[in-house]
Write a protein that binds this ligand. Structure first.
Ligand code: AHG
Ligand code: MN
Ligand code: MN
Length: 340
């Protein structure tokens, strides 16, 4: 459970306070996180107006990984770019909606820009028309290249090297959750103030939960081990909190946010046809895995190893993932690795 305080703290103040944990910090990451919050407010405004304007519906094209693009995906992608490209804080960006790396325009590019920003501008966008929760996911790394322009190598870094990550969920309220490696903190947007206010400091995922979240459409193309695990979750045994309850929104951001708050396990496994599953390592899985781990949870691959250790080789690389409460992920790992 998160702890609550009577003090009113804006996200700007909080990110500034967190700077104390980074020796020699110059405030650039702090400002970058505040830029993310600004972009989130712009996206939030459009998401909230979506039902009122003609913005709902398909844009009529497919993105880099073949998904149908919604108009709000495009809007969110551009909003982040417009906030970020001229700040001198990021040397390169990458987005789920863009095939190649996103370079910084020549006039703003600098060898001194220290960070790399990757994002899923709008996750769960197939749920927009149904008014279900959607969100923005972001991942920040320190750059490794030295020239004026950042490179693909800056983007292809393992999740454990992230310096900040988080998400914004546009749900019944709009909440931004972030970590810089010193706990996970949640802020609720006060729409009348236009400010993200600290609402959940040092969020901790429950040690064990009673919810499992997976698309069971794929049951018959899962490995026998995974089929056995999910069948076990449904058996009656109150002593081990079974049967567990199934919840699957189909919006990773909403399913993972619920997992963080209520506990349990979220899975997007590989199948025979798609061994890497669907979710993208750099824009979705690595940032959310780090948030979950920072909150005391776990995020693993089918062999039980940490998702955050995976060295990416492709920008749009997909990966299976099993993440959530430590006890639930351990149970899952025991089945998947045949050691239960
Ligand atoms: P996006 O909207 O960014 O393309 O992501 C959609 C993803 C993710 O949010 C969700 O967990 C998953 O797609 C659902 O996929 P299935 O319909 O295959 O379950
Ligand atoms: Mn997504
Ligand atoms: Mn998306």
């Amino acid at each position: 459970m998160a702890t609550f305080s009577s003090k009113i703290t804006t996200i700007e103040r909080h990110t500034l306070q967190q700077q104390q944990f980074r020796a020699g910090a110059r405030g650039v990451l702090t400002q970058l996180l505040n830029d993310v919050a600004t972009a989130a407010k712009i996206i939030n405004r459009e998401v909230r107006r979506a039902g009122l304007t003609d913005i709902l519906g398909d844009e009529g094209s497919v993105n880099a990984t073949g998904d149908e693009v919604k108009k709000l995906d495009v809007y969110a992608d551009k909003a982040i770019y417009r906030v970020m490209d001229h700040t001198g804080r990021v040397c390169v960006m990458a987005s789920e909606e863009v095939e190649d790396i996103i370079s910084i325009p020549e006039e703003f590019a600098s060898e001194d820009a220290p960070y790399v920003l990757m994002f899923d501008p709008l996750d769960g966008s197939s749920n927009i028309d149904a008014n279900a929760s959607i969100g923005t996911i972001f991942s920040i790394h320190r750059r490794v290249s030295t020239g004026k322009h950042g490179t693909k190598e800056d983007c292809l870094q393992a999740g454990h090297k992230q310096v900040a990550a988080g998400y914004v969920i546009y749900g019944s309220s709009t909440v931004m959750v972030y970590t810089t490696g010193h706990g996970v903190h949640g802020f609720t947007l006060d729409p009348t103030l236009g400010e993200f206010l600290l609402s959940a400091e040092d969020m901790r995922i429950p040690t064990a939960g009673s919810i499992y979240s997976v698309n069971e459409r794929d049951t018959h193309s899962w490995t026998p081990e995974l089929q056995e695990y999910v069948a076990w979750l449904k058996q009656e045994d109150p002593a081990s909190r079974r049967p567990r309850t199934g919840r699957y929104i189909g919006s990773m951001i909403a399913d993972v946010h619920r997992t963080l708050i209520k506990g349990g396990i979220f899975m997007y496994p590989g199948t025979v046809k798609k061994p890497s599953g669907k979710l993208r390592l750099l824009y979705e899985v690595a940032p959310l895995a780090w948030v979950v781990e920072q909150a005391g949870g776990k995020a693993i691959l089918a062999d039980g190893s940490s998702v955050l250790a995976v060295q990416p080789t492709e920008l749009h690389q997909r990966t299976p993932v099993f993440m959530g409460s430590p006890a639930d992920v351990d149970e899952c790992a025991a089945f998947l690795t045949g050691s239960h």
